[in-house]
Each structure stands twice: as C-alpha cells, then as structure tokens.
Design a protein around this ligand. Structure first.
Ligand SMILES: *Cc1c(COP(=O)(O)O)cnc(C)c1O
Length: 339
C-alpha cells in the first residue's frame, strides 16, 4: 500500500499515487473520506483504504467512493451495517487492533466478539486485519517486538475462525527494518517519498528523495555595516555585505522558525537565512562579493552542485520530523513533476 494521505505528504496525492501504482503498489492509503473521494475522481480504480476514523455522516461518501474502511468499535460497525444495508452495498473493511499504540483500534481480547458480529453480516467483507506500530523507528526494539508478538497472536486467532483477511502492520520503518513484520501487505508512506523514517541518512536505506524545493534570487541588494534586515531588524550586518531576496516564506510552508537559522543553496554553496522569515520572502547573506546574479536558482531543500540541504536536516533544525516539513508545503508552491 502506498500511503498518500495529506496530499501525498505534501508531494501531490494524484501524481504520487500514479507513480506508486506504476511501480508496483496495488492499494492506496489515505486518512480521510475526502482524500479517498478525490483519488476516485482522478480515476484511480485500485483499492483505496481509509486508515482514519469516519463520522456517521461520512459513511455514505465512503461507500460512494468505493473506499475500504477501518473499523474497531461495535457502535461504528452497527452504523456501517445499517448504512450499507439501506444502500444495498457491501463494504470492504479492515479491523484495526490496538497492540500497544493506544490510539485507534480494539484490544485483542475484544476481537472474537467483534468477529462474531462481522462474520455473519452480508453487508461487510472482511478485507483486512491490521495494527500499527508505535516504535518501529526507535533504537530500542523491545516494544516493537511486544506489539509484533501480540499481532501474531491476533493473526492466529483470526485464522482459527476460518477467515482469511490480509494481515498488515508495517509502516515504512518496520518495512525497512523488520522483515518479519511484513505479513500480507506493508503500508509505506515516508519511504516512498525517499525520506528516512529514522530521520537519518535516507541513502543508508537505499532511499532517494523525490522532492526538492527551489526558488530563485528575486534581487540582490548591497547593504552597509550596521544595517538591519527584515521585520523587527533581528539581524544586523557586521560588515558591508549583499542580501539575496528569495520569494518564498512561511506562506509557502517555509517555517518562520528558520528565521536567522535556516540556509539556502545558491551557486552550489550554502548561505545563511538572515532576519525573519516573512510570509512571502526570505533574506540570505551572500557576503561582500557575491558570485550569483539576480535570477539565480536558490535551493531550499535538495541538491545543488556538491551542496545539499536534506529534509531531515531542516526538520532537525526545526525540532520536528521530515514528515511535517513536506506536509507543510502549501498549495501556493507549484509542484512540477519530472521523470
Ligand atoms: C500514515 C500511516 C502509515 C504510513 O506511515 P509511514 O511512517 O509514513 O510509512 C501507515 N499506517 C497507518 C495506519 C498510517 O496512518
């Protein structure tokens, strides 16, 4: 399963879904019914699984989108049986079991009772039984194995009833690190974008980032020693220098906390962001004798010559993870697809 929720982690759900299916994925994972409907409208015919919860009002739209649904409570199960019955639909469902995440999912000890409700319902097809790992990306693997063994017990329990759903548990981190967690399907998000689930060197896991974020120098301005730059004048030139102005800002998802912290590649070299990140622009110290011209490419994420800024590096500077960095790229940033 290629997980393309949150607009394909900011990359664009449609093109990512297309590329993933072309590369061998057979199902798409999303978080919301809106995301599922959008993919259907784009013409995707493969299974689309909604991994998140639905309100009662959303069940109809999920049926309309021919989406598969994640279930784990009896009231919700009764609700979908009711809606499916009145619209003459059969809904493919995945039971989510909570083996330790303590978020969505039913406890393993409730599973038999739940299966007893699912099995005889003609409105429900049990497509999958799943769990989600809390710590597959952490150094310490004790809790991972605790969850894995709990899920193995779950699979045994299900199989003794004669049902043969697809079992699935692994996110990107588990897929890369633990072969024994793959079962019948893996659910990869961050890895399909070429980003590290471990926040380390993506190349170490054979991953190559799909995304780069580029802009250009809209202008270069010479400033004098003592001049301050941008809102609040938070950066003051210690010497005569040149400020490069790049037309990207927090309105594009370039985080404002990168003020006086981030960096930008120009002409294959790394320069510091100076002053505050504003909504539409950032300012960069290009030094006393800049080699670049107005119009030169500026790379915010990615490679330029031998220089590189990784999403993981930016995330670490921000105290967050690569997932959030790409998710936050706003719709104002034009997506261009190559290859
Ligand atoms: C988002 C999500 C995934 C994908 O996680 P990655 O760490 O991006 O691979 C897998 N399973 C579920 C249930 C999810 O919500």
């Amino acid at each position: 399963m290629a997980v393309v929720k949150a607009d394909g982690y900011g990359h664009g759900a449609g093109p990512v879904a297309r590329a993933s299916l072309d590369a061998g994925a057979t199902a798409l994972g999303v978080a919301t019914v809106g995301e599922a409907s959008e993919l259907r409208q784009l013409g995707f015919e493969c299974p689309i699984i909604i991994l998140g919860p639905l309100t009662g009002e959303e069940i109809g739209a999920a049926i309309d989108a021919d989406a598969e649904i994640t279930i784990w409570t009896l009231p919700f199960l009764k609700n979908i049986i009711g809606v499916a019955h009145s619209s003459d639909a059969r809904i493919r469902c995945h039971i989510k079991v909570d083996t330790g995440m303590r978020r969505l999912g039913l406890y393993p000890r409730k599973l038999v009772e739940f299966l007893d409700m699912v099995e005889p319902a003609p409105e429900i097809v049990l497509a999958g039984v799943m769990t989600h790992f809390a710590t597959a990306d952490e150094e310490d693997d004790d809790f991972f194995y605790f969850q894995l063994h709990a899920f193995e017990d779950v699979t045994q329990m299900v199989l003794t009833t004669g049902l043969t759903p697809v079992f699935h548990a692994a996110n990107s981190a588990a897929t890369l690190r633990y072969r024994e967690s793959h079962f019948g399907m893996v659910r990869c998000g961050i890895a399909i974008y070429g980003l590290s689930p471990f926040q380390g060197d993506a190349a170490a896991d054979g991953l190559r980032p799909a995304l780069s974020l580029t802009s250009y120098l809209a202008d270069i301005k010479e400033i004098a020693e003592g001049d301050s730059v941008g809102y609040g004048g938070t950066w003051t030139a210690p010497r005569r220098t040149h400020v490069g102005i790049v037309p990207i800002g927090y309105g594009d998802g370039f985080n404002r906390r990168l003020s006086n912290l981030g960096s930008v590649l120009v002409g294959g070299e790394k320069y510091p962001v100076i002053g505050r990140v504003s909504m539409d622009q950032i300012t960069v110290d290009l030094g006393p004798s800049p080699k670049a011209d107005a119009g030169s490419e500026a790379v915010l994420i990615g490679r330029q010559g031998d220089a590189i800024i990784t999403t993981e590096e930016m995330a670490t500077a921000l105290g967050t993870i690569n997932y959030e960095v790409t998710c936050n790229l706003s719709s104002r940033v034009e997506r261009r697809y190559t290859g």
